[in-house]
Design a protein around this ligand. Structure first.
Ligand code: AGP
Length: 662
């Protein structure tokens, strides 16, 4: 089934196979960007936990930890600051036993990235171990209350509060005159009732968001997971069960998965998974099929995910277009907009809202939708739109553009627009993500999992979808049949063109070696390639830590030209278009001031060769597709410079893949 057909309606589609998805029934605005794993079964827990954390490392990577449990010796705990490799080293030195365990990779919110603040956290006198993804907003009040009861805190985290709170509730239940029975465990197995109740009773006190996995020293055969706002997925095995923040750790271990919904608690043993609602008793979980391969979540022979994803672009573009080009009517078709053509014809304005790279694709979208459809488009940073409260006419359609579907600002902006009664649509990669679920409809990118923190293939797929959207709106309005056909021809040829563009890699590498020590870069382009310049600069700064600015080339003379000197390379986007001569003039202005110039061109030109310092050639395409093709050398340039500088391209410092905090 095509993803479009289920947009915004995932919960009703019982038989839909799920690719790598982060299902979410998120109702709040944010949770922290950590990764969680859990295992209970017949094998040693540590190998799964460690490999799962490696797959989740893109969610956060400033510290990590694992706790395992055996019946005889209680908890074993290892935590380490930095990458999973540091944790793995500790485990190599002192191996961990136990067939039950939990693990966590952290992106710090409360408390610095130290070993003490790394999860898992212990509660009581090491009777409970907890991993947590989310933010407990009232942790300070709870902490003071627990400190008054004598609990001593080892960390500055909000999570340790949860661990002690559960321990406190367990102690109270144990000391109660009549042990709590099956009723208060919401119908879960009565052997575990007191433990389930200790967790369940703690949850209403927590304000904020959480995905929790809890382990009890005295119940080594049990894990309890609870969710409110932070995704958790259960992997159903035979004689073993798995828990994770998203499906990537489960691939290769099981293909049956259960998404936990908000306010649900999972009681997990090696032979069973029971799900109860926090207040409403037993729930019959829906088991879905996970259709993902190790190839999709692995590096597949490439040294980095980013490079693999750059090279996947011919395929991801084909997937973005599959079944969506309608040659007969010279238009595009989308199954998930959930609006009739008449309703879409009545739209008088679009707002495209997004963050980061997705915001750059929105800018390209603005240019091409306005050109193809003569429909006014506004592009808004989601973080601004959510608080700006602009006047928006009733016939305005809102699109949120997002790779992850979890970006807190984009989600909040869409919610605000939806609250005001606007139809909200998403252009999104991750099926079943929070934004995909909450939007009234949308278009999936079908780019496959993007693991490298720097977005590459999702960006070009967004551009491709926006081109098709421009075509669609254009054909609803004034775009002729012939013009529509020409756009389709160009789109169909695009994957092969991108394949050819990738051949520039060795040339880009030479250029990267030459300029790798620069401390400032300028990226300049006009018209469709102004957003391309912004995106090129973002790619470079996020993975190589070199300061870079993207600008419309003509704006240079209004200030930034002061930055030009012999140490500041300017990357000029110079494919043939109606602004070619204009950009050439801007290029001359930079050259006249002694700035080195790298030109991205689609034809070799003698005059140009003598003028600029370095040339990278890509194939010719019509102007509306130039951002896709010109992005290839820009992605490769950022990649090769970052590698030459010894940077970790897949996990750049301070960043995380899904920005789920405000
Ligand atoms: C892209 O390279 C960045 N890591 C970042 O700007 C990203 O595009 C932004 O956080 C938006 O993410 P989204 O597309 O998942 O919403």
């Amino acid at each position: 089934m095509h993803g479009d057909d289920i947009f915004g309606n995932l919960r009703d589609t019982l038989t839909v196979p799920c690719r790598l998805v982060e299902n979410s029934h998120l109702r709040r605005w944010g949770y922290c960007m950590c990764g969680i794993v859990g295992y209970v079964g017949k094998q040693e827990a540590c190998p799964f936990l460690l490999s799962g954390l490696r797959r989740l490392e893109y969610r956060g990577y400033d510290s990590a930890g694992i706790a395992t449990l055996t019946g005889s010796s209680g908890f074993q705990l290892h935590r380490a600051v930095g990458r999973i490799d540091n944790l793995a080293e500790r485990i190599d030195q002192t191996p961990m036993q136990g067939s039950t365990g939990i693990g966590h990779t952290r992106w710090a919110t409360h408390g610095a990235a130290t070993e003490e603040n790394a999860h898992p956290h212990m509660g009581g006198h090491e009777i409970v171990a907890v991993v947590h993804n989310g933010v407990i907003e009232n942790y300070q009040v709870l902490k003071e209350m627990l400190q008054e009861k004598g609990y001593v805190f080892q960390s500055a985290t909000d999570t340790e509060v949860v661990a002690h709170l559960i321990a406190e509730n367990l102690k109270t239940l144990m000391n109660a005159p009549v042990a709590t029975g099956g009723r208060s465990s919401g119908g879960a197995d009565s052997r575990f009732a007191i433990f389930v109740e200790a967790v369940r009773a703690s949850l209403p006190s927590l304000r904020g968001t959480y995905g929790l996995v809890v382990m009890f020293r005295d119940r080594p055969d049990l894990l309890i997971a609870a969710r409110c706002g932070s995704p958790l997925v259960l992997g159903v095995g035979r004689g073993e069960q798995f828990i994770a923040s998203d499906t990537s750790p489960l691939v290769g271990h099981t293909d049956r998965i259960i998404y936990l919904a908000d306010h649900q608690i999972a009681v997990v043993t090696k032979d069973s998974i029971q799900v109860v609602h926090r207040d409403q008793g037993r729930v019959r979980p829906e088991v879905r099929v996970l259709e993902s391969t190790d190839q999709e979540v692995g590096c597949n022979g490439f040294p980095h995910y980013m490079l693999k994803e750059i090279y996947e672009q011919p395929t991801s573009l084909r997937n973005a277009m599959r079944g969506r080009l309608d040659r007969e009517n010279a238009t595009a078709k989308f199954g998930g907009l959930n609006l009739t053509p008449a309703q879409l014809r009545g739209v008088n304005r679009l707002i495209l809202t997004a963050c980061g790279t997705s915001w750059h694709s929105a800018l390209v979208g603005e240019y091409l939708i306005e050109e193809f459809a003569r429909l006014p488009v506004e592009v808004e940073y989601a973080s601004e739109l959510r608080y700006r409260n602009p006047p928006v006419d009733h016939d305005t359609l809102i699109f949120g553009i997002t790779q992850s579907g979890e970006t807190a600002d984009t989600l909040a902006a869409l919610r605000e627009m939806k609250r005001k009664g606007h139809h909200t649509l998403a252009i999104c990669n991750v099926i079943g993500s929070s934004i995909a679920q909450e939007a009234d409809g949308g278009i999936y990118l079908h780019a496959g999992p993007e693991i490298g923190v720097a977005s590459t293939k999702a960006f070009t797929s967004q551009l491709c979808v926006l081109s098709m959207l421009g075509l669609y709106f254009g054909r609803l309005r004034h775009l002729s049949f012939e013009a529509g056909q020409r756009i389709i021809d160009q789109l169909e040829a695009l994957p092969d063109v991108v394949e050819q563009a990738l051949e520039c890699s060795s040339r880009v590498r030479e250029v990267a070696d030459k300029y790798k020590d620069a401390t400032n870069f300028l990226y300049l382009g006009r018209h469709y390639n102004f957003p391309t310049a912004l995106e090129g600069a973002l790619k470079l700064k996020e993975i190589s830590y070199i300061h870079a600015e993207g600008y419309p080339a003509a704006e240079m003379k209004h200030g930034p030209i002061a930055l030009v000197d012999e140490h500041t390379p300017s990357v000029f986007l110079l494919p043939r278009s109606h602004v070619y001569d204009k950009v050439m003039s801007n290029l001359q202005e930079v050259k006249a001031r002694g700035g080195p110039v790298i030109a991205i061109v689609d034809q070799m030109d003698r005059k140009l060769e003598s003028l600029v310092d370095d040339i990278i050639e890509v194939p010719y395409v019509e102007d509306f597709l130039q951002p896709v093709v010109a992005s290839i050398p820009l992605q490769l340039l950022a990649y090769h410079i970052a590698i030459a500088r010894g940077c970790d391209v897949d996990k750049p410092r301070n960043l995380a893949k899904s920005v789920t905090v405000e």
